[in-house]
Design a protein around this ligand. Sequence first.
Ligand SMILES: [Zn+2]
Ligand SMILES: [Zn+2]
Length: 254
Amino acid sequence: MAFGISDELLGTFVPIAVYWLYSGLYILLDGFDKYRLHTRAEEAEKNVVSRSSVVKGVLLQQAVQVIVSLLLFMVVKDDTAVAPKQPSILVIATQFAVAMFVMDTWQYFMHRYMHINKFLYKHIHSKHHSLIVPYAFGALYNHPAEGLILDTIGGVLSFLISGMTPRTSIFFFSFATIKTVDDHCGLWLPGNILHVFFRNNSAYHDVHHQLYGNKYNFSQPFFTTWDKILGTHMPYSLENRKEGGFEAKPIKRD
Ligand SMILES: [Zn+2]
Ligand SMILES: [Zn+2]
């Protein structure tokens, strides 16, 4: 317990606060045109959905996320009302790694299936792809069913299989949220620390949001492993755009 608020409540609400705070930070960087992956004109032309609809869509998905999360914690909570003791840092690191693997695996296969199955793509996943030019707070702009299947159930499985405590989950889900927002930020910022550790980044996921990348780069949110193993990896080179900023250009595959 911290300040009388349970770890379960923190694990539910902190990642949502992190989502808006971190994407709010990117709104403050909105003037950094020289680091954009697409021009503003391209964003206005290609994104068919308004920013206010995106905010509403994300809030709806987060409402579903809150309900499932609170239900999960109610089910797994033991009756002693004492928060489980935190294991050693080594155990926590292992649980983090397991949770990352589980989330990546679940999301890769479900995400890929949503592209293969025409019905699911048309009625569910296409909503996320209506943002051809992604931006930070559009990261969780999904059909509620997709939010539930990909993100929320993926989170539940990561939590249960890794065996992490609700307290660890506050950090894990906040980190996963930061990663997802960062991958949709639409900028290639120099010195982004996440780019040092992860090849799966804003440029990698940007390729997936383009029409030519629609059958590639399904991996999310952490690694690119499943794309590489299963042949859906589309390499790209980051080039300077003549109008300013960058462009993630696919490298021709043989
Ligand atoms: Zn997709
Ligand atoms: Zn996306």
